[in-house]
Structures are given as structure tokens and as C-alpha cells.
Design a protein around this ligand. Structure first.
Ligand SMILES: O=C[C@H](O)[C@H](O)[C@H](O)COP(=O)(O)O
Length: 276
């Protein structure tokens, strides 16, 4: 395999390793997730050859993965035709030691969760930055270059922030859900996700809005219980907390090795494939 530097190399390594281990010749219905790691999943599946792939159907988790499937010339299906999927591979924003995940950085988590739950095997692929001890630990850093200042008393700072849990809500109820997240569920900085190249909020593939709600370590330490509380708020469609769904997560590392966390019995074990 040719070298691909940095984060992209780590994503590709995770994706290729997961496809090699989990997309087997007898798998006919395959779920394709969303995000920037998933194109490498499709790339590796293509490398398995036309003969294998012409007998397969691929189920997308949103507009982006639908386009990926079509552009690759693969057979497109949907979950309403295929209620059981052999394997789904998807990215994640953060994965904890128990394989709980935060997803929805691309606002696709509703369809992603349906396609993940429909799968007999659900596998996560990500670069090393997503491998976390507990959810909400990873902070994103904004470079000081983005916030230059000429004032010598206030040198440019690296601003760090926690992205939070993505929550898809029906537009009509967004303000009420925001109020409840802030004042009842303890996420004072919950905010409506705004679009970058459009005035107004991000609109999902299902014509809904997304709220990002950061929670303290104490509130997110039991992600399943937090998921239930958020989901019970009227107006919430789906929460980007994926608990007890993934069977394994593959993380590409900077040194070319791959860290694997996988469910074995009642435990999650961690192992590593050294760089080749
Ligand atoms: O809604 C988007 C998804 O949950 C993505 O799978 C997630 O944000 C990870 O994306 P990426 O592979 O770009 O880090």
C-alpha cells in the first residue's frame, strides 16, 4: 500500500484493516456509514473485485454514502428492503473503552443508528484521535492562527472545546429541547448547529435540525442512561450516543499500527496490529 501521510493515512489504515477482517465473500448485504473515513471503506471493498461485489447490495446511511455507492458502481439498496444487514462499517467522533460512541459529527446519526442496529455486525473505523478512555474526553483544538491578535498582552490562544452529543430534533421543537437540555439535563452550552455555507441551521437528510450538547464527565459517565434521558425529551428524534451496538472499533495510529477494541464475551479487549 502506498504511504498516505498523517490523519488520512490513519483513517485509511483503520478502514482497510476492518474491511479485510469483516467484509467476507459470503456477506451480501453491507451497510456503508458516513464521514471522511468511510470513502476508504468503499475503496477497499472495490478492491475485492467486481465478481464479489456484483452479488452484493449496499445500504447507505445518508446522502454522502449513497453518492459513494453510486459513484463506485455498486448496487444500492435500502433498509426497508433489507431489514437484516450482514455487516455495517461506519466512522465515529469518539469511542470509549466500552465501545460506546459519539456519532453525528456529520449530522447523519439517525440513519446511521438504524443501519447499525439492523446489522449482525457493526464495526467502527477511525483515526487515533477518536480512541478515548471515556466519552467527552476528547477536545478539539482550534489553531491560534485562526484567532490572530496584535495585542502583545493577549497572545493568540489555542482554543479548546468539547463538541458535545449531537441530537437530531424536529425543527418545530428545537427551542424547547434546547431549553430542556440546558436547564433540566445540565448542558448549559447546548447549541443549535449552524450551517457553514448557508444562513441558518444545519438541516439533516431527514429535514430536521441538530443540537450539540456538551455534558460534564459526571453526566456522561453512564452514556446509556444519558441517552435515555435525552431521548425522552419531546421533539428529539435521535441521539448521537451509540451504546452497546458496536462489536469492534479499529483505530489507525500515526506509527502505522492499528489498535483494535473488540467485544469478547462480556468484556471489551484491546489488541494491536503492528505496523508492517
Ligand atoms: O454524522 C456523521 C457520522 O457519525 C460520522 O461517522 C462521524 O462524524 C465520523 O466522521 P469522520 O470519519 O469524518 O471522522
Amino acid at each position: 500500500m502506498s504511504q498516505l501521510p498523517g490523519i488520512e493515512g490513519a483513517k485509511r489504515l483503520a478502514a482497510y484493516t476492518a474491511v479485510d477482517k469483516h467484509i467476507l465473500p459470503h456477506h451480501k448485504i453491507i451497510g456503508i456509514g458516513s464521514g471522511s473515513t468511510v470513502p476508504y471503506v468503499v475503496e477497499r471493498i472495490m478492491q475485492q473485485g467486481t465478481e464479489l461485489n456484483k452479488a452484493r447490495i449496499f445500504i447507505p446511511t445518508g446522502f454522502q454514502s449513497k453518492e459513494l455507492i453510486i459513484e463506485a458502481g455498486l448496487n444500492l439498496g435500502d433498509v426497508d428492503q433489507h431489514l437484516t444487514i450482514d455487516v455495517t462499517i461506519d466512522g465515529a467522533d469518539e469511542v470509549d473503552a466500552q465501545l460506546n460512541c459519539i456519532k453525528g459529527g456529520g449530522a447523519c446519526h439517525l440513519r446511521e443508528k438504524v443501519i447499525a442496529e439492523a446489522a449482525k455486525t457493526f464495526i467502527i473505523v477511525a483515526d487515533y484521535r477518536k480512541n478515548s478512555e471515556y466519552l467527552g474526553k476528547n477536545v478539539r483544538s482550534l489553531s491560534p492562527d485562526l484567532f490572530p491578535t496584535n495585542n502583545p498582552f493577549f497572545p493568540p490562544l489555542t482554543i479548546q472545546f468539547v463538541h458535545g452529543v449531537p441530537i437530531e430534533v424536529v425543527p418545530f421543537a428545537y427551542a424547547k429541547v434546547l431549553q430542556n437540555l440546558r436547564s433540566v439535563l445540565g448542558s448549559p452550552n447546548a447549541s443549535l448547529r449552524m450551517a457553514k455555507a448557508k444562513a441558518g441551521p444545519v438541516v439533516t437528510d431527514n429535514a430536521n435540525f441538530v443540537i450539540d450538547a456538551p455534558f460534564s464527565r459526571d453526566l456522561i459517565k453512564d452514556p446509556s442512561s444519558l441517552l435515555t434521558k435525552i431521548k425522552l425529551l419531546t421533539g428529539v428524534v435521535e441521539v448521537g450516543l451509540f451504546c452497546n451496538i458496536a462489536q469492534a472499533a479499529y483505530f489507525g495510529n500515526q506509527d502505522g499500527s492499528v489498535t483494535i477494541k473488540r467485544v469478547e464475551g462480556a468484556k471489551v479487549i484491546e489488541e494491536s496490529i503492528p505496523a508492517s
